[in-house]
Design a protein around this ligand. Structure first.
Ligand code: KG4
Ligand code: ZN
Length: 342
């Protein structure tokens, strides 16, 4: 079966072809980061228009790379939510039109499920039950996963997502957008003992998290010390990153202990963070837990994870013609028809 995956929920346009018979994944991706850099964040209207510009050339180059022709695609999987509605509509519209022309079925994919399932595309594979930490620009959530499709939300941030907090603090430090990865790079140069920032809800027994107060504490520190010299900037990056990592690791530990599960998968853009990986590895070897991450090219938003999710979710096939996206589709809940745009 050849599955086309299409992703355009935020500021990456991703196309992939997955041949499930040979486990062969080919992808092309375009990031709009430079386009939004002037604004310091994603501008939804610009994002939608740019997805439209890139989606067809990306499909063409993906077909070329995979040495396939369009007529051999069997199924189209596309991100139907959550995400920016205009951006989602590009994938959905493109997928519907293509499915109609090629006379093939579609699968609407939840973006968060695609992140989560991408962590199963590793050897050895994690087994169920497991705990999943989804940590991205828009979400920071823990799920208890009994099986594919059985996702129980057990904890989440009450305000900002971890990636969002990284990006906002990076912006306050005048780092180029998107700042999360850059902040993390500069943190390597910082002194971990100079500043101590708060770890919100660290002591709480609940699996809820909060990053807005930490972000405000970082903002106050930056304001108090302005203008910042380079060393101070690095030290703040280090203190901020350490606070986020400490909270995520503590909540992961609580989640695994509470549900007596020994396997954790971590997915979403922030799973690229080296400090988070180091701290989780340390914990895992101490407790004899296993931690799994998606392959590096499936960590940030991409079409590959959508194609893989399509291969796994073939029971959800639908015919073209019921064009809809779900900007607030929560993983673990049914498709929220009340929020659909049809
Ligand atoms: O999953 P993703 O690509 O998109 C969303 O679904 O949101 O995640 C993007 C987020 C951004 O906030 C970005 O700054 C953050 O992941 N990110 C990082 C790192 N690489 C990407 N945050 C911390 N450290 C990193 N190395
Ligand atoms: Zn994402």
């Amino acid at each position: 079966m050849l599955i086309l995956g299409i992703e355009s929920s935020c500021d990456e346009t991703g196309i992939a072809l997955y041949d499930d018979q040979y486990d062969q994944l080919t992808q092309t991706i375009y990031t709009q980061a430079l386009l939004h850099a002037n604004y310091g964040g994603v501008v939804p209207e610009i994002a939608s228009r740019d997805h439209i510009r890139h989606i067809i050339p990306l499909l063409q180059s993906c077909l070329y790379k995979a040495n396939k022709t369009i007529d051999v695609i069997d199924i189209i999987a596309y991100t139907a939510g959550p995400g920016l509605s205009g951006a989602l509509l590009v994938s959905a519209g493109f997928a519907e039109a293509l499915a109609m022309v090629l006379k093939i079925p579609l699968i609407p994919i939840n973006h968060l499920e695609a992140h989560l399932l991408s962590a199963l595309h590793v050897i050895p594979k994690p087994t169920f039950p497991l705990i999943a930490l989804l940590v991205s620009g828009g979400h920071t959530q823990f799920f208890k996963v009994e099986d594919i499709g059985c996702y129980q939300l057990i904890g989440e941030t009450l305000d900002d997502a971890a990636g969002e907090a990284f990006d906002k603090v990076a912006k306050l430090l005048d780092l180029p957008y998107p700042g999360g990865a850059k902040l993390s790079e500069l943190a390597k140069l910082g002194n971990p003992n100079r500043f101590l920032l708060p770890r919100p809800l660290y002591q709480s027994k609940q699996l809820m998290m909060s990053f807005a107060g930490l972000k405000t504490a970082a903002a106050n520190l930056i304001r108090t010390l302005a203008p910042l010299d380079e060393t101070t900037c690095h030290d703040i990056c280090c203190a901020f990153q350490q606070a986020v990592v400490d909270v995520l690791v503590q909540k992961a530990k609580q989640a695994l202990e509470k549900y007596q599960i020994t396997q954790l998968i971590v997915a979403g853009g922030v799973c690229l963070n080296y400090a988070l990986r180091d701290a989780l590895s340390h914990l895992a070897s101490k407790e004899n837990w296993q931690i799994y991450y998606p392959p590096i090219d499936l960590c940030s938003d991409n079409g590959g994870m959508v194609a893989l999710a399509g291969a796994i979710n073939q029971k959800n096939l639908k015919q073209a013609g019921s064009f809809a996206v779900y900007p607030r589709w929560r993983l673990g809940e049914p498709i929220p028809l009340t929020h659909s745009i049809t």
